[in-house]
Design a protein around this ligand. Structure first.
Ligand SMILES: Nc1ncnc2c1ncn2[C@@H]1O[C@H](COP(=O)(O)OP(=O)(O)OP(=O)(O)O)[C@@H](O)[C@H]1O
Ligand SMILES: [Mg+2]
Length: 263
């Protein structure tokens, strides 16, 4: 897709998200320390429905910890965190598991199981859910998801036979197979060449447009941030120091903020 067409689509989404007050993620003043290392300090994180939010920050600034809080893998020490209208602190284990199904998490370095074929990798999450679909339903879903990332022909391959970019696309398709309402992408394009990174970024945009998915993306990749973001937040010392659209932050007078936008 050309940049102008992308911008047009994003503006459209910005208008619709701006109209809705419904939040996919709503955190008030969450903090998290590991021993004496305070990683998150009073963070307010608001993700609107159907919004793509990008979080940038230096290595070790707490970006992955923030995503893990949203998916319930890390529990904040204080503050409140609501995901799809549910307060995470008040959920019983089974309710948390149910909610986690709606939150896809493409973790940093997200890998496939090397000993399984692509087909088995893809079917794996579906086999673990309580209302496990039938064999033929699983088959259909696996094929549909692989088709959506353009890799149906790889269905019977082993991960070792695939390139890094193909593995990433399949890992993404595997996350999407449970039809999440929110996607958390942790460095989705790291280690990929420019063209493959753009393909992944466009795929992420497509997930938002076609499936109405809201997302939080952690990335250092400027092209990925430009293509996918409706809004960007910059994390430093455990809190957001700036927030705005790509172009606004890129032209920010704050040197620290605009330094993220220089290669
Ligand atoms: N489970 C844990 N136990 C102890 N410390 C942790 C744990 N997880 C993260 N940390 C610490 O929290 C800080 C933030 O880590 P995090 O992984 O969120 O960084 P990041 O911003 O994602 O960095 P990068 O860009 O390198 O991925 C680091 O100092 C890390 O050592
Ligand atoms: Mg990280």
């Amino acid at each position: 897709m050309e940049r102008s067409a992308q911008e047009g689509k994003k503006d459209e989404i910005n208008r619709t998200t701006a109209n809705g007050n419904e939040k996919a993620v709503d955190s008030n003043s969450i903090s998290k320390s590991f021993g004496s290392n305070t990683v998150l300090k009073d963070i307010d994180l608001h993700l609107k429905k159907n919004e793509n939010l990008v979080v940038m920050g230096r290595s070790g600034s707490g970006k992955s910890v923030l995503l893990k809080c949203v998916v319930g893998l890390v529990t904040p020490d204080s503050g409140s965190l609501t995901v799809l209208g549910k307060d995470l602190q008040e959920l019983e284990d089974h309710e948390l598991n149910e909610l986690r199904r709606k939150v896809g998490y493409l973790f940093q370095g997200g890998a496939l199981y090397d000993a399984m074929t692509v087909r088995e990798n893809m079917a794996f999450p579906l086999k673990r859910i309580p209302d496990r679909p039938s064999k033929s339903e699983i088959q259909d879903k696996v094929e549909e998801a692989l088709d959506s990332v353009g890799l149906i022909e790889s269905i019977d391959k082993m991960p070792s036979e695939l390139s890094g970019g193909m593995k990433k696309r399949i890992a993404l398709a595997r996350t999407l197979i449970l039809e999440p309402e929110i996607m958390l992408y942790d460095e989705p394009t790291t280690g990929l060449d420019i063209i493959t990174s753009k393909e992944i970024s466009n795929l992420m945009l497509e997930m938002q447009e076609k499936h109405g998915i809201s997302s939080i993306t952690v990335t250092h990749d400027l092209s990925c941030a430009r293509i996918t973001s409706n809004r960007i937040c910059i994390l430093r010392d455990g809190n957001f120091i700036a927030e705005g659209k790509y172009e606004e932050l890129e032209n920010s007078e704050n040197k620290e903020v605009n330094s993220f936008f220089k290669n």
